[in-house]
Structures are given as C-alpha cells and as structure tokens.
Design a protein around this ligand. Sequence first.
Ligand SMILES: [Zn+2]
Length: 92
Amino acid sequence: MKIFINTMLIGFGEDMAIILIIIIFLGFFFFTFAINGIRLADNIFACPNCGHHFKPKWYNMMFVPGRIFLLFNKANLKCPKCKTRDTCSIPN
Ligand SMILES: [Zn+2]
C-alpha cells in the first residue's frame, strides 16, 4: 500500500493522489450503502395507511440503516400506491 501511494505521488503529484484516495473512499462508501439497499429490498413491506404490500427498490433502501431495520422490522418508506411516506413493517 505504501509503495502504491509513493508511485502515485511520483506519477500524479500530491494533489492528484489525495483526490484519488477520496474517490476510492467515496466509491467504497457508496458500495457499502448499495449492498445494504439490495439486502433490505429483498423484503416485502406493508403500508400502514392502505395496507398495500410492496417490494421497495434497492436505491430507496440505500440510506435505511440496516441495524435499526433489523431491530424493529420497520422502515420509513414511501408507499407506491397511496404515495404516503410512513413507517412500513414486514407483514407476518
Ligand atoms: Zn399505501
């Protein structure tokens, strides 16, 4: 890793190396959220207002914290039928 960073410093200059590190970090950050979203989108949720059952899109689930979700089996989602944002839970 140290050799890799040194090579970048010589190759692109210090500023470019910092930018590259930030891009790699953001990419990893996005990847973590995407995996979280795909994992959570694998569940069927029930709307508390109209009772409609739906499968959320993975990109809507990206910023739902996985740990909180697992603890309460609930997620704050927008219902595709009545367009209301509410706490949806997984029906038994
Ligand atoms: Zn609804």
